[in-house]
Write a protein that binds this ligand. Structure first.
Ligand SMILES: *Cc1c(COP(=O)(O)O)cnc(C)c1O
Length: 382
């Protein structure tokens, strides 16, 4: 690791939090000597389906979930998809993997989710879908995005990679809406090592995704759930090797069973940060209601860019790792429409953004230590 506190402990920005249950579950799959997609994946999907109250299909990561969901609703070559620039590059890669063009939109500076005003301006005849990103676990004005989509005949694929466990208007994210995609990568709200899932009521989407994740082999999923495979089959579409393995599902099952603890801990830590950092004029907090939102990250905004980068270095020297979520995608050479393309709100916010450590193995004392260091360093700088 880059740097350490005097006692040798680095406060990590994020990490996987693994207990004995995960180890036992993985060991039992290893002992079964059936590591690929089999009945353990079916069991995990069953738990998730019960949780959401509708059908769930697991895949090998959140990016694959987004790509397959987009393909399944018919997004493809030449289509346009509205998406906020301020997201992980995975959202963009999933869209471009289908042949479609991610159209970069501004964010609402308060919610950090897609600006509907800007999305309206970027609507064309080629627009097929919107991918709202549930930044830091919050969903912004999701109802308005659905309203906008209905009015313009667009599909919605929610990138809920940050938002497992979040409740919006008394419903869990994923339990409603068009198609909702989650990630279970190592540092998300809960993990299956790598992994992801698609949640929807749309029969056609479910049927396309369940074949497409297994190289397009028709109805192979049904065989796999019984630890079998298909020998004679048809393939009528491009497929991908995107299924989840029993090893991943084993980790996921154990993590899912203690999700209420994991999510509660994330909320408690974020509330503690809020309390220690509010009313400080040199930073602004990301407003969030942690009785509903399960935070994946804890972003704050620093006053100017120079301060932000220096501050991150100084924090690291004090054993505190921080992050920046995210470098705007419209600035990447692959996704930049033309040299003069600019998103002023996104670019200005990006320069101030910094994420503080947040994961369930942090203690309240760790949070206090982070805040003490942060506030001390901010005072020296100003
Ligand atoms: C993690 C993440 C993804 C992709 O998930 P993977 O499982 O890493 O492929 C997509 N979007 C956002 C916003 C993410 O943070």
């Amino acid at each position: 690791m880059d740097s350490m506190k005097p006692d040798g402990k680095l406060i990590r920005l994020s990490k996987s939090c693994i207990g004995d249950d995960e180890k036992k579950m993985v060991l039992s799959v290893l002992d079964s000597e059936y590591l690929g997609m089999g009945s353990t994946v079916g069991f995990f999907e069953g738990l998730l389906s019960e949780y959401f109250g509708r059908q769930v299909l697991c895949v090998n990561n959140g990016t694959a979930a987004l790509q397959l969901a987009l393909e399944a609703v018919g997004v493809g070559r030449g289509d346009e998809v509205l998406v906020q620039s301020l997201t992980y590059v995975a959202t963009y890669q999933a869209i471009s993997a289908t042949g479609a063009i991610p159209v970069s939109c501004e964010i609402d500076s308060n919610t950090m989710t897609i600006s509907i005003e800007d999305a309206k301006k970027k609507l064309t005849k080629k627009t097929k879908a919107v991918v709202p990103v549930h930044y830091a676990g919050g969903v912004g004005n999701l109802n308005d995005i659905y309203k906008f989509s209905r009015e313009n005949n667009l599909r919605i694929i929610e990138d809920a990679a940050h938002a497992f466990g979040t409740v919006y208007q008394n419903s869990k994210i994923g339990s409603q809406g068009d198609v909702v995609c989650f990630s279970f990568d190592g540092i998300k709200n809960f993990t299956s090592g790598e992994g992801g899932c698609i949640v929807t009521d749309d029969r056609k989407v479910l049927s396309v995704v369940s074949d497409a994740r297994l190289l397009g082999v028709k109805r192979d999923s049904e065989q796999r759930y019984q630890n079998q495979r298909s020998w004679e089959f048809d393939v009528d579409r491009q497929g991908w090797r995107y299924h989840m393995s029993n090893v991943m599902a084993a980790i996921g099952i154990a993590q899912f069973r203690r999700f209420s603890q994991l999510s509660k801990k994330r909320q408690t830590l974020a509330i503690h940060y809020d309390r220690l950092l509010e009313n400080n004029s040199s930073i602004s907090l990301h407003p969030s209601n942690y009785s509903e939102v399960v935070p994946h990250i804890y972003p704050i905004k620093i006053r100017n860019k120079k301060n932000r980068d220096e501050l991150r270095e100084d924090l690291l020297k004090n054993g505190i790792q921080t992050g920046v979520h995210y470098y705007p995608n419209h600035l990447l050479s692959y996704y930049r429409p033309h040299d003069n393309f600019c998103l002023p709100v996104t670019e200005s916010i990006y320069g101030k953004l910094m994420s503080l450590p947040l994961h369930p193995d942090l203690s309240l004392l760790d949070v206090e230590l982070v805040c003490e260091n942060l506030l001390r360093l901010l005072k020296i700088k100003s």
